[in-house]
Design a protein. Sequence first.
Length: 500
Amino acid sequence: MPSMSFQDFRVGIDRRKSQQIVDQRGLYDCKNAFVNSGYAIKKRSGLDKITASQLDAGSKGLFEFDEKLYVVENATNATQALSGYGAGGSYPINANLYTLALPDPDDGSNTVLRVWQFLVFNNNLYVVVEYADNTIVHHYGTVDQMIAGTSVAITDTNCPNGKSAVVHDSKIYAIEPDTNNPAYVKYSATEDPTNWSKVKDASGTLGIPAGLEAMGNEHAVAVTSYRGFLAVFMQNSIQLWKTNPNPGLIELDTTVDNAFLEYHNSIGPISEDIFYLNSSGVHSVTQKVYTDTMATSDVGSPIADLVKSSITSNPTLEPKALFFPGENQYILILGTDMFVFSHSSKAELNAWTRYVLPETIQDIATYRNYLFIRAGTAGGVENIYSFNPSSYQDTTASSTSNIDVEILSSYNSLGKPGLWKQVYGSDVMFTGTADLQHRWDSRSTSEETTAFEISGDSRPGALIPVELMTTDISYKITKDDNTDFQLNGLTYYYNELGLF
């Protein structure tokens, strides 16, 4: 009695080929679930609204520091109470949401458009703010100063005041605005991010000559830290610099061609690597370093079509990414989509899945195993939400909805391509209850069997009938209720009929 089991989903979504064929461990789609380190597929946590009232339309961003959540505005605002999972006095997140007042030093009425960087330097905050007129200002000071609205704008004329900055080697490294076509990466004095002019310590009017080391007429785009190096993203390459508090010891180590960054806030660390986004999808600095190509085997290629579609659907939103230590995941937000990369070196897990949330995601923050989002309509009704592993529904400001899980495989030939099979039964290993369907014709992907509900582990009971004559088969598992769910495995039983 031939059979085939699917119990290892470590590849996650893989769309590098069409639905007609895929690795046995991969999926064509996996919505509102993720692959855990046991290679099972688990329903994502539900959302709890934790703000008592909607956020002020003038505030932007969402950040965590010292076990507190913050937003940024151009003027002081009242502290807002939080409640629910991960807040409201429960360890470890503070029960209040604080507003950092960071006005434009030249125009206090200039509202905040976006917060590009929120960095911690020597237990103080270094915040890069862009205002409504596209002016960008760097600020550095204590939390108390920023909450009080004390001006902490950096006044040194050599401060670059561009979008991208990073804490690295006891300095702040930063780039001038893109409109300046920056050829240099500037850096502050050692342990003093307010001083960009100190002789033999800070960069002064010049800095690291990234543009001079580029192959063509390229300017610097962004900076980040990578395995002890300063990684400088140019327009079509990445430069890795060996830095030192002594500027005379700074030197170029490696140039990686055929790499480009288009979305500054998509840079995110994961397991000693850096992921980033451009219009062709998600890429990895490590893979560029070792392959020096734009090969389709790059980390984001399995979901490139989904990411491109999401970018197209959200042209006015700036994608943002972060590392979520609670599940060892790189998470990229685009509109209502969250693209989730689950990783484990020990388990050899590298799996993409996607979440679809009920409201547009404006920002995201994390602390340990807590994941927070700011969602709603930009400039309209926005709230802070927390993912709650004990919740199986999404509770927004206006409604409570079930989480729509869909797990869809590509068509599998059950080990014998081109041969007809009589698939007469199946077994499932579920934690919880879900609907199961089968697809049998890869030429007509909308053809599906009638859905029927299955609970738990079906193997000790009667065989689940299938009764299909096909060369290839696909399974579709859906879940839409207020309970937990995990797919642990599925088995098909069949007879081989040969060629027709």
